[in-house]
Design a binder for this molecule. Structure first.
Ligand code: ZN
Ligand code: ZN
Ligand code: FE
Length: 757
């Protein structure tokens, strides 16, 4: 006889790990117990040596799929001669068990099979879940995670469900949201006027309406989706019109993996990512000639594809698919999650609503990822990952990092763990601001922390900065936008500085009061030196030029050709009226109302507009999306660039490129080739600056961050060029390169600053 004590850490709480341990132990004839602990899970098993070996082997190979064992410590203990049986001991349900509070998990295969099995008592039941799957984050009011503190509290378990819930050998043991048709939530369907439609099956009625081309609001895990037939031009266009979303891509939900591959060029790795328990939207390429409506994503061949992640989705998509599934909101406002808000979309955007009586306590949008050479790059980290913490290399007092202005997410630290919030959205939208404040209080309460340190962006006009100033704090730490981007990428790779940080971004306020966004920072967490930047462009007419790439194009022409830009602009920028062009040129000449910026995003805008791809944008990044789509079809071409030294800084100048591009336009070189050439030149220039800095600098580590690196083509070109130069490259994986990841960097900078005193 032997007795072994195991301490397992990782994602092992709230994911069906203890019942699994129980089953393996009982099957191996072992006695002992399992329980949650602050470290993770603690197990003691007793029996003959070979059976303990069998148990350990099964534990390692047959773990619940959403569980992840990071470490497993084993030690021998004295045998307890009179021990009987194996038990799951109650967890100490203290607030410290936040490790045990997982994100929402996609419906597991077992539950889906039951829902689709006509002989099962849960056949057709949309709220089926088990210990391994189901809602978590979006239904919990407070911790510890117990049914009484979820939005399932109002539903009492029927006898059969209660038996499952209390039987350690059942796969629904301790499944807090356990429910069945007899005792759980129910569906109903509302017409455009908000009245309940008297139909026998709300689900079938929704299917019928969708097939007719109607737009539905469907209550999901973290909010309402707006959905319609993804193959119908008419339905998709109507949705765009009503939602006020002209061109920004919509996500599409497919019935299953087979259907995805019929419409999209998804690799096996991409399909696996869609099947992950987080069930994110994965950006993949559409097949040429696909039947998906081109209005799903008019600017690009890419489409955000995802799979059903609740039983309701499975049931719906079995009958009607594929469906556009986009956040139920007006424009960029936060996703609608409460019945009371439904009137904002029902009757206005949606023709009907498929709803149910399980309240959503916390809104949470879908997450979005892209696979770059098989490696995951998260573009939006939300449902399925929040609130799983990110481990930092250092701890400290609790920090609240406010994030930036667009694509906002904030971050709260506790010890050395960083909790990045769900996607909040654009704080320029009034309702987002309310959601932001509510979400901050909510996460603080959930984690039981009152952060005394607040980190925020340098920009005084950001709503996040204003709120930082309004909140009580012992200390406020302003973090430069691009330093925060670089620190975010360092933090996720647990890199200590110094590094060469390359922030290719839209815009952010620099420490000299000008707009930055194409920066080379030699940085650690505490500080940075700006050692290089992109050639600056002027924004004629001020920051409004961000919405009008054609103005940036004129600014670019003026930077190279001066007064000649009038003639060249009249030839190549027909979208600008003569009078407007002249007004803008006067601003460029005098420098009034034409601030300079070093932003990479603005270069993409300028070139996109010069090629006639995008004069005015309807969503952030649109001009760059179109330019990248063009470049994908182009042949290789590299323009000249120049590295000029300005004091101790490297200035990456594209002046030779601008001149050559105009020559190319005159010579009728295809715009796809010019677009490709621009990407290659930008990448070569970035790599050249890094190589120059590495020669004289303290490191060969290059960290890539900023929203422009969502551009897969640029990211790959830069990564390869840096690799050829013998430099080590780090880019984002788990945390977005865009402003959705910036709060993590702010938090890391604040912790390092606090440590330094
Ligand atoms: Zn399940
Ligand atoms: Zn029941
Ligand atoms: Fe940014």
């Amino acid at each position: 006889m032997e007795r072994v004590r195991l301490v397992v850490s990782g994602r092992v709480q709230g994911v069906g790990f203890r019942p699994t341990v129980y089953r393996h132990a009982v099957e191996a004839g072992l006695t002992g117990f399992v329980r949650n602990s602050t470290a993770g899970v603690e197990v003691e098993v007793q029996g003959i040596g070979p059976m303990i070996e069998v148990f350990l082997a099964r534990l390692k190979t047959r773990c619940p799929r959403q569980a992840r064992m990071d470490t497993l410590h084993a030690e021998h203990l004295p045998v307890r001669p009179d021990e009987q049986g194996f038990q799951i001991m109650p967890s100490e349900r203290s607030g410290d068990l936040v490790v045990g509070f997982p994100p929402d998990l996609a419906a597991c295969g077992d539950c889906v099979r039951e829902v689709l099995d006509p002989s099962d008592r849960r056949h057709g039941y949309p709220f089926t879940n088990c210990t391994n799957c189901g809602p978590r984050f979006t239904i919990v009011s407070s911790l510890p995670y117990d049914r009484a503190r979820t939005s399932m509290a109002a539903f009492s378990l029927c006898e059969r469900c209660h038996k499952e819930y209390t039987d350690p050998s059942d796969r629904r043991f301790d499944a807090q949201p356990n429910a069945c048709p007899a005792c759980g939530p129910r569906l109903s369907i509302l017409g455009a006027d908000g009245q309940v439609l008297p139909v026998e099956s709300p689900l079938l009625e929704a299917v019928r309406l969708l097939k007719e081309g109607r737009i539905g609001a469907v209550k999901g895990l973290g909010g309402y989706h707006l959905c319609c037939l993804a193959r119908s031009d008419e339905a998709v266009r109507r949705l765009r019109e009503r939602k006020g979303r002209r061109d920004k891509p919509f996500a599409v939900m497919f019935a299953d993996a087979d259907e995805v591959t019929r419409y999209c060029e998804a690799t096996p790795a991409e399909v696996l990512e869609m099947l992950d328990v987080a069930a994110p939207v994965v950006v993949v390429a559409r097949h040429a000639g696909t039947e998906l409506s081109s209005f799903v994503a008019p600017d690009t061949r890419d489409v955000g594809a995802f799979l059903p992640y609740t039983p309701l989705h499975h049931l719906l998509l079995k009958k009607v698919s594929p469906l556009v599934m986009t956040s139920g909101n007006v424009s960029e406002e936060p996703i609608t999650h409460a019945e009371a808000e439904l009137s904002r979309i029902l009757g206005k955007i949606a023709d009907f609503a498929l709803v149910h009586n399980r309240p959503i306590l916390r809104r949470c949008d879908d997450s979005v990822v892209r696979l770059v050479r098989g490696e995951k790059m998260v573009l939006r980290r939300s449902r399925g990952w929040v609130p799983a913490p990110i481990s930092l290399s250092r701890g400290g007092p609790p920090v609240l990092a406010m994030g930036a202005e667009l694509k906002n997410a904030f971050c709260l630290t506790r010890g050395a763990q960083a909790f990045l919030s769900q996607h909040i959205g654009d704080l320029t939208e009034h309702p987002s601001l309310a959601f932001y404040e509510e979400a901050i209080s909510d996460l603080c309460a959930l984690l039981g922390v009152e952060p005394g340190v607040i980190a925020h962006d340098l920009h005084p006009a950001y709503e996040s900065t204003r709120l930082a100033a309004a909140r009580p704090a012992d200390r406020r730490i302003a973090v430069q936008h691009h330093h925060a981007h670089i620190a975010a990428c360092m933090a996720e790779h647990r890199l200590e500085g110094p590094v060469i940080g390359v922030a290719m971004d839209g815009s952010g306020l620099g420490d000299d009061g000008t707009i930055w966004g194409g920066e080379f920072l030699v940085a650690d967490y505490r500080q940075y030196q700006r050692r290089g930047y992109l050639q600056t462009l002027r924004l004629p007419g001020g920051e409004g030029a961000i919405r009008h790439p054609v103005r940036m194009a004129l600014g670019m022409l003026h930077a190279e050709f001066g007064a000649e830009a009038d003639r060249i602009g009249s030839r190549w920028l027909p979208a600008l009226q003569d009078a407007d062009r002249q007004v803008l040129l006067r601003m460029l000449e005098s420098g009034t109302q034409a601030p300079v910026c070093s932003s990479a995003g603005r270069w993409f805008d300028a070139v996109s507009a010069l090629l006639g791809l995008c004069d005015t944008i309807s969503y952030e990044g649109q001009a760059a999306v179109r330019l990248q789509a063009q470049a994908a079809a182009g042949t290789s071409r590299e323009y000249a660039f120049a590295l000029d030294m300005q004091d101790d800084r490297v200035l990456l100048s594209f002046r030779p490129m601008i001149r050559k591009m105009i020559e190319d336009l005159h010579a009728s070189v295809p715009s796809a080739d010019i677009a490709r050439g621009f990407h290659e030149t930008m990448a070569a220039g970035i790599a050249a600056v890094c190589a120059r800095l590495a020669e004289s600098g303290p490191t060969d580590k290059v960290v890539l961050s900023g929203g422009v690196f969502q551009n897969e083509l640029l990211l790959l070109l830069v990564t390869d060029a840096l690799g050829r130069a013998g430099l080590k490259v780090y880019s984002h994986r788990e945390v977005p390169p865009n402003d959705g990841g910036i709060a993590l960097g702010q938090a890391a900078v604040a912790l390092a600053t606090m440590e330094a005193g």
